[in-house]
Design a protein around this ligand. Structure first.
Ligand SMILES: [Zn+2]
Ligand SMILES: [Zn+2]
Length: 549
């Protein structure tokens, strides 16, 4: 009621009555309307509502309120510490309509500055959402990665062998995992049991044959399996691939020698080159392997720069100079593309036209100071509902490159979303399509998009597609990378960093790109400074031939 702006005395009456009813010495369902109306804390108007609930299981007024409130906002109300006033700010002022968006906003420090919030509230909300996610038993790869690394090194020490590895989805670096699988090629089950029992963060849940199941304090299930040293590499293959991968693999293997010294030998027995664990999903790896066309997968060191990042000019937490110096001095890369939010993103301090020009003056000054390091003038331009970009041509033409993304009005049919994206792709000023589906893993599915059509449009217009490296996004999904590559579309691994810390996300983007079979040559920001300058130059020539839009 408060969310929908009902008068406060009315809300209070209902809340007080609800509280009082819970304390009554009798069951309200057994009383008639008159009897209820006679009870002081209930009264006539509330008594009618109580009877309605008893008879129909709900209340028309409640249903009407719920119909006017997005279901995600109702779900947000269930978060500990969030009363209606705060939820109202989140919904109406920050434009957040579900838990996924709220989690994302916490991670981007967007809540901190909203009325009635502070760093502590933001942290509390972030934690309780993480807890809610963990309860579903599924985890983002990024959220278990640190724990997993520590666990494996502890186990390696106890097991006293190098024959130990992750297997399953975590070894395949799936974006979401529902637990950790570990294989140990040594008879050390008892030692591992006592190690788990003495551990503070792990609890032994089950012990069955040669499989131990444990659970971490944050709810991550860990499955530890044991085999002999001789069987280790064979088991490693069999416990790593997805069901689809293993089915295809077993149809190709005639006979595997009983003892093998590496996974390569197993694949050789199937007449195939070695297939990297990330690719063992049964999606496209066999068709490439049999043509001997498996790519040299991209790695972090291939990247020469980073595009699509934010600064304090919009909703970032680090200044432009801090961002640039971090790239130059810590990451040792050659360029930074800065893409603050455009003017429609009011909740993220999007840049007005005047502020765009002021930022460009700062970039020119920094470029003179930090040379040969270069900051490219970019913008993350909102794709408006009709598919147009957020500035007039005079401003659009001032940028070195433009990332075009959807940030508002997600409720669209597939047809509408696809045509909205394609209109933006056909805009001659668009360089990169940002987070193409708007999904937030584990919490928001994104708008429905005809992805092949969107990729085809990027191919026709020379537009690059982003692999947004934020571990909640990893958008465009790795399952589409090969299709993009086949069509000759470049991909760009973009951290979408909102602070210097945010650059770290680029590692998750690289993992996604590797799963998609991306090589350095398919990646825009693997181009060095000279090459990418030439690329942006050629796009500007493209703008000039299409400038009547
Ligand atoms: Zn964005
Ligand atoms: Zn962004």
């Amino acid at each position: 009621m408060e969310l929908q702006g009902e008068k406060s005395f009315k809300t209070k009456t209902i809340a007080n009555a609800a509280l009082a009813i819970g304390k009554l010495p009798f069951d309200v369902a057994t009383k008639s309307l008159e009897e209820l109306a006679a009870v002081k804390v209930i009264g006539k108007s509330v008594a009618a509502k109580v009877r309605e609930i008893v008879e129909t299981g709900t209340m028309k007024e409640l249903e009407a309120l719920l119909a006017e409130t997005p279901p995600g906002v109702v779900e947000i109300m269930s978060i500990k510490g969030l009363g209606p006033k705060k939820v109202l700010v989140i919904w109406k002022e920050l434009g957040i309509e579900n838990i996924g968006e709220l989690f994302y906003a916490c991670n981007e420090n967007r809540l901190m500055e909203a009325k009635g919030f502070g760093l502590k509230t933001q942290e509390d909300i972030r934690k309780s959402i993480e807890f809610k996610m963990a309860n579903s038993g599924r985890f983002l790869y990024a959220h278990v990665h640190g724990f997993a690394k520590g666990l494996l090194s502890g186990l390696r020490e106890i097991a006293g062998t190098e024959l130990i590895s992750f297997t399953g989805a975590f070894r395949r670096k799936a974006e979401i995992v529902d637990g950790l699988d570990i294989l140990i090629g040594a008879p050390v089950l008892e030692e591992v049991v006592s190690w788990i029992e003495s551990s503070e963060d792990l609890q032994l849940v089950e012990r069955k044959d040669d499989v131990l199941t444990a659970e971490s304090g944050s709810g991550v299930k860990v499955y530890i399996r044991f085999c002999t040293a001789e069987a280790y590499f064979k088991e490693l293959v069999l416990q790593t691939g997805s069901a689809e991968h293993l089915e295809e693999l077993s149809s190709r293997v005639k006979e595997v020698p009983s003892v093998i010294a590496s996974e390569e030998e197993y694949y050789r027995a199937a007449g195939l080159p070695f297939i990297e664990p990330e690719l063992r999903e049964g999606v496209f790896e066999f068709s490439l392997a049999e043509k001997n066309a498996l790519p040299q997968l991209i790695c972090y060191e291939d990247l020469k720069g980073t595009l699509h990042n934010h600064s304090t000019w919009s909703d970032g937490a680090s200044s432009l100079e801090e961002m640039a110096r971090f790239c130059r001095d810590e990451m040792k890369i050659e360029y930074l593309g800065i893409c603050d939010h455009s003017k429609s993103a009011f909740y993220a301090k999007g840049l007005s036209e005047e502020r765009v020009l002021a930022q460009h003056a700062e970039i020119d000054a920094l470029n003179a100071k930090l040379s040969p390091f270069k900051i490219f003038k970019g913008i993350e331009s909102d794709i408006l509902f009709d598919g147009s970009l957020d500035y007039p041509v005079e401003i659009l033409s001032q940028f070195d490159f433009i990332v075009a993304s959807i940030h508002s009005v997600f409720k669209m049919s597939e047809e509408k979303a696809t045509s909205r994206l394609i209109k933006a792709i056909e805009n001659p000023y668009t360089t990169i399509l940002g987070h193409p589906t708007g999904r937030l893993l584990l919490s928001r599915s994104g708008y429905p998009v005809d992805i092949p059509k969107v990729i085809d449009a990027c191919a026709a217009n020379g537009v690059v597609i982003e692999i947004n490296a934020n571990p909640l996004r990893l958008d465009i999904d790795w399952r589409w990378h090969q299709y993009a590559i086949e069509k000759g579309v470049m991909l760009s691994v973009n951290p979408d960093a909102h602070s210097v810390r945010g650059f770290n996300d680029i590692h998750y983007g690289i993992i996604a790109a590797r799963k998609g079979g991306v090589a350095a040559e398919n990646c825009l920001n693997a181009l060095n400074l000279t090459e990418i300058s030439a690329f942006f130059e050629s796009r500007r020539a493209h703008e000039n031939t299409h400038h009547t839009i």
